[in-house]
Design a protein around this ligand. Structure first.
Ligand code: CAA
Length: 283
């Protein structure tokens, strides 16, 4: 199956990044969100990213205009009636995702694939909200999407082989590297990353070292591009907590228990970079 027209649902950090790489790879893209202002903000971020490429002489102004022309702003799921693929990057909430997938199932053409960028929710459960579970799949992009090479492709219990192959091919067209994983809590990326971040927060909580010291150890000692506390701020502490809770609930093992300090920061509204304060303070 050939994918030509895509709808990206959610114009936030992840959705706008996904929409950008799709348009850059030549796909026509509906940029969808619930409000026009959210769509405009997402498109604004994309324009800024592309303008930087033009300034750095990596892209011509004509190329940039061509990419921008591939977007159609959208505030209704009805627009999915002529797409080949939907990539959903809305909030991490099973009720909301199930609702969106059930509506898309009614609207999207029979051949269309419905993908979710969820970072930890079960693809099999999202698929169960539709009458086409064989056409539902996970496409987990990493933040910042335009820079990071990986797309974790998650097979739900019922995902068909030709759907997997189509999404694998498309991922390569986006100049990303697909990695196949099965549907278990946190998949591979967050099953490994989040306990490390949680452990870094415990290390801080127990007074072993300061924020800066913990990050420095992991940056200089393990060659990580960002220390785990900086990375947690960058991902969003609410997202980190949500994923730890999903792992804790999914596996029922105490080793996934979210650190009380993480809970406290989230309760305080210290969600990281996006709110100006997390483990660090941002201007
Ligand atoms: N959007 C687009 N481009 C961006 C960007 C963004 N948000 N942030 C940085 N970049 C680009 C910069 O423009 C720069 O590009 P050029 O080299 O072409 O100029 C390049 O990335 C490098 O940026 P910087 O020099 O400013 O900074 P850096 O060298 O520290 O790199 C980084 C920034 C790529 C984010 C790097 O710090 C890094 O790799 N951090 C770790 C990121 C990571 O682990 N992501 C996964 C998070 S987990 C996740 O996403 C999954 C989940 O479910 C939670």
């Amino acid at each position: 199956m050939e994918v030509k027209k895509v709808m990206v649902i959610g114009a936030g950090q992840m959705g706008s990044g996904i929409a950008q790489v799709c348009a850059q790879a030549g796909y026509s893209v509906y940029m969808n969100d619930i409000k026009q202002e959210f769509v405009e903000r997402g498109l604004g971020v994309i324009k800024k990213n592309l303008s930087r490429q033009v300034e750095k002489d990596r892209m011509s102004a004509e190329e940039m205009e061509g990419i921008l022309a591939r977007f159609t702003p959208s505030t209704t799921l009805q627009d999915a009636s002529d797409v080949d693929l939907v990539i959903e990057a809305a909030v991490e909430n099973m009720e909301i995702k199930s609702q969106i997938f059930s509506e898309l199932d009614e609207i999207a053409p029979e051949h269309a694939i419905l993908a979710s960028n969820t970072s930890s929710l079960p693809i099999t459960e999202i698929a169960a909200a539709t009458n086409r579970p064989e056409k539902v799949i996970g496409m987990h992009f990493m933040n910042p999407v335009p820079v990071m090479k990986l797309v974790e492709i998650i097979r739900g219990l019922a995902t068909a082989d030709d759907v997997y192959t189509t999404i694998e091919e498309m991922t390569k067209n986006l100049r990303k590297v697909p990695v196949e994983v099965n549907d278990f809590p946190g998949f591979v990326s967050n099953r490994i990353l989040m306990p490390m971040i949680n452990e870094a927060i415990y290390t801080l909580y127990e007074g072993v070292a300061s924020e800066e010291a913990i990050d420095e150890v992991m940056k200089l000692g393990m060659n990580h591009p960002m220390g785990p506390l900086t990375l947690a701020d960058f991902i969003g502490l609410d997202t980190c907590l949500y994923i730890m809770e999903t792992l804790h609930e999914g596996f029922g093992d105490d080793k996934y228990r979210p650190c009380p300090l993480l809970r406290k920061y989230v309760k305080a509204g210290w969600l990281g970079k996006k709110t100006g304060r997390g483990f660090y303070v941002y201007e």
